[in-house]
Design a protein around this ligand. Structure first.
Ligand SMILES: NC(=O)c1ccc[n+]([C@@H]2O[C@H](COP(=O)([O-])OP(=O)(O)OC[C@H]3O[C@@H](n4cnc5c(N)ncnc54)[C@H](OP(=O)(O)O)[C@@H]3O)[C@@H](O)[C@H]2O)c1
Length: 659
């Protein structure tokens, strides 16, 4: 037995190759270009099997796979089995055009097998060939498939049909469940299928603490299998005699419900549990015409698309959560059980799969490329760039290819930041300006717009904070005026000066560094929180006006950060804070994703508590207000002095909230 294999460098292909090699037969592997060929040669070198793994240049899009005369001649009589693994397993990318290509590719695999005198075709199909069949689909069923409307289902179904109807070779068909990485190492090569939900659960884990119970749903059974199980099963079934013309389900006998799968993913992420389950079919009790109307109403549809795009989930994948099909795998199981091959329980291997995704496949790992693509040759204005978060942000963006306009009052500080970014190969300009002065800001804007044409991203960092209770502010109206002057009016002044140019050029992003205090209503910060809240309110209204002109607003509810601003408060020296570089990472994330808001988990819990039970929230904050001392108040004879350990412990637990 020797083999011609398509898709040898894919997720299943790589694993299958290592198993087939044990039989010491030649593996002719179709490679479509030099990159693909090199990948295969690297694999062969790693396995020290350059003699047995032989690349064959060709393409599924060409007649007879585009094999050269020489290759066809060489393969003739040398190949007994054609193993067709290549196909699109990515639910998110498949289009009707690609369906046609897959069908054509499968036809050419058959034609090529015939031309080289192969005996048998092994076709890796998918459970998707059943469509969205309601009930139990067994290995003898094919034409009973239902609801093949999505190209992903259609493609697998029609390719299988080609094999069944057009193959003049003997054939075996294998239908695996949704394939994830290796059950031991988690290794996979791309994000597809269940991986799309990893980002969703990661976001949830970032936003909500582990102990918080959440409402979830049950959904349908999602049949997930690891790549090594599929490869073991293929290796066994390919080499078992007398199975031609049969179909095998390579599925999990006890698949989990969609809600349980999300919970397992969340557990692997050490995130919260979706405890309260509701049945998604309950949606059926709601008036359907209303639901349909609502979901087709453009703003609602657009909103849904934006949420899914933000999470990187293909729109149609959402419908898979209610997957209606179960799979009977008696035929495959009988043979695989005898060979000692069993599909492992998802719960036993979700951890390595998650870890591998988080370390190698998470799209946010590629944030560096994304941010460079976003900012290359763009103009970014950073206020407060002479120190703290603003300076760290300038350093973070220095290597993106953007021109950085550095704004603040102290020229020497701005020059220092400029030197730091130039040392990293960045480019920028120090523009000293007191942002509370109307004329100075007008001049800054007119100079910059005439020189640069537009400011593509405005990062409002310049600000001031005042930690003083209302009780101690009764004679200090100027505190309220000073915070409003820089945290609200100065930022609005800049936005008003730049926004119309942004909108007329069809691109603009305004990022405001606000505070977690806005979400938690921190006592002693009434002046500071009110000024930031005013800006958030302004941006919510302006955002609604500019959403269709591609100008977006992002608010970052920053927790406590170690900068010159927080330094004077002694208490903050003893508790964990974010570093300025970590704060700059949040700004970088905002640049790439353009979300409405970036907040920490504690901030979201605080906002939720204030929304659900304002009285309880107020009492909690009052208790904390009484416990924490006023700035400069800790004296040996003060009660706070004796409570200090308790205070520091509590502040560490409520990491990031200022008191
Ligand atoms: N540090 C934290 O814990 C924390 C937490 C949440 C939110 N934030 C927010 O993050 C932002 C940056 O704070 P930071 O911690 O980096 O503080 P920082 O180091 O004190 O930086 C504040 C910057 O604002 C500039 N600035 C102040 N008044 C100005 C004016 N009138 N015109 C122009 N620039 C002015 C200052 O530069 P010049 O003095 O040279 O003008 C300084 O570079 C602030 O808006 C703050 O409210 C900070």
């Amino acid at each position: 037995m020797s083999y011609l294999i398509t898709g040898a460098t894919g997720l299943v292909g790589q694993q299958l190759l290592t198993r087939l090699l044990k039989r010491r037969k030649s593996l002719y592997c179709l490679v479509k270009d030099d990159d693909n060929r090199q990948r295969l040669l690297d694999m062969a070198a790693k396995l020290n099997q350059q003699r047995l793994i032989i690349p064959i240049m060709g393409n599924l899009r060409d007649p007879l796979l585009g094999l050269s005369e020489t290759d066809l001649e060489h393969l003739k009589g040398n190949v007994t089995d054609v193993v067709h693994l290549a196909c699109d397993r990515d639910f998110g990318n498949i289009t009707n055009e690609r369906v046609k290509r897959h069908i054509y590719g499968t036809e050419q695999v058959i034609a090529c097998g015939h031309a080289i005198g192969a005996k048998r075709l092994h076709h890796l199909s998918s459970i998707a060939a059943a469509g969205l069949y309601r009930g139990c689909f067994d290995e003898t069923m094919f034409s009973q498939a239902e609801q093949l409307t999505h190209p992903y289902f259609l493609s697998h179904h029609l390719c299988e049909k080609v094999v069944r109807q057009q193959s003049d070779l003997a054939f075996r068909i294998y239908r695996p469940g949704f394939i994830v990485g290796d059950s031991q190492t988690g290794q996979a090569n791309r994000v597809q299928g269940p991986y799309y939900f990893f980002k969703l659960m990661q976001r949830l884990g970032d936003m909500v603490p582990k102990w918080m119970p959440l409402a979830g749903f049950e959904g349908g059974c999602i049949n997930i299998v690891p790549a090594d199980y599929v490869a073991d099963a293929l290796d066994c079934l390919i080499h078992t005699p007398d199975l031609d013309g049969q179909c095998f389900h390579l599925t999990d006998n006890k698949p989990y419900l969609a809600g349980e799968v999300l919970n397992l993913i969340s557990k692997a992420n050490r995130g919260p549990t979706l405890t309260l389950k509701f049945n998604m079919n309950l949606g059926g009790l709601l008036p359907q015409p209303w639901l349909q109307l609502a979901s087709q109403y453009p703003p609602i549809a657009k909103l849904g698309q934006r949420v899914l795009a933000d999470l990187g989930i293909p729109q149609d994948l959402w419908s898979m959560l209610n997957y209606p099909t179960r799979f009977d795998n008696h035929n495959a199981k009988r043979i695989l059980d005898a060979a000692g091959i069993h599909c492992p329980d998802l719960a036993s291997y979700i951890n390595p799969v998650w870890d591998y995704w988080e370390r190698n496949l998470d799209p946010e790992l590629f944030i560096e490329q994304a941010i460079c693509a976003k900012l290359a040759n763009k103009v970014v204005m950073i206020t407060g760039a002479g120190s703290g978060i603003g300076r760290a942000c300038a350093q973070r963006l220095a290597t993106t290819g953007a021109k950085l306009i550095l704004v603040g009052r102290r020229q020497d500080k701005l020059e220092e930041t400029l030197a730091l970014i130039e040392a990293k190969g960045g480019k920028g300009l120090a523009c000293p300006c007191d942002l509370t002065q109307d004329d100075a800001v007008k001049q800054l804007i007119s100079e910059r717009l005439s020189q640069e044409g537009n400011v593509d991203v405005l990062i409002n960092c310049a600000g001031r904070s005042i930690r003083r209770s209302v009780q101690h502010s009764t004679e200090r109206m100027h505190d309220y005026e000073r915070t409003m002057a820089i945290n609200y009016f100065a930022r609005v002044r800049l936005i008003l000066g730049l926004i119309e140019t942004m909108a007329s050029q069809g691109r603009g992003h305004i990022i405001n560094v606000s505070s977690i205090g806005v979400l938690t209503n921190a006592p002693r910060f009434s002046a500071y929180v009110a000024s930031n809240s005013a800006l958030e309110a302004f941006c919510r209204c302006a955002g609604a006006e500019y959403a269709d002109r591609n100008v977006s607003f992002t608010t970052i509810n920053m927790p406590l950060v170690d900068t010159p601003m927080s330094a004077p408060t002694e208490l903050y020296q003893a508790i964990p804070t974010l570093s300025a570089a970590q704060a700059a990472d949040l700004i970088a994330k905002a640049v790439v994703k353009r979300p409405k808001r970036i907040a920490t988990r504690l901030g979201i819990v605080g906002a939720t508590l204030h929304a659900l039970s304002p009285t309880i929230a107020e009492s909690c904050m009052n208790m904390l207000y009484r416990l924490f001392p006023e700035s400069g108040e800790i004296q040996p004879n003060d009660k706070h002095y004796h409570n200090q350990q308790q205070i520091i412990g509590l502040a560490a637990m409520l990491r990031g909230i200022h008191f």
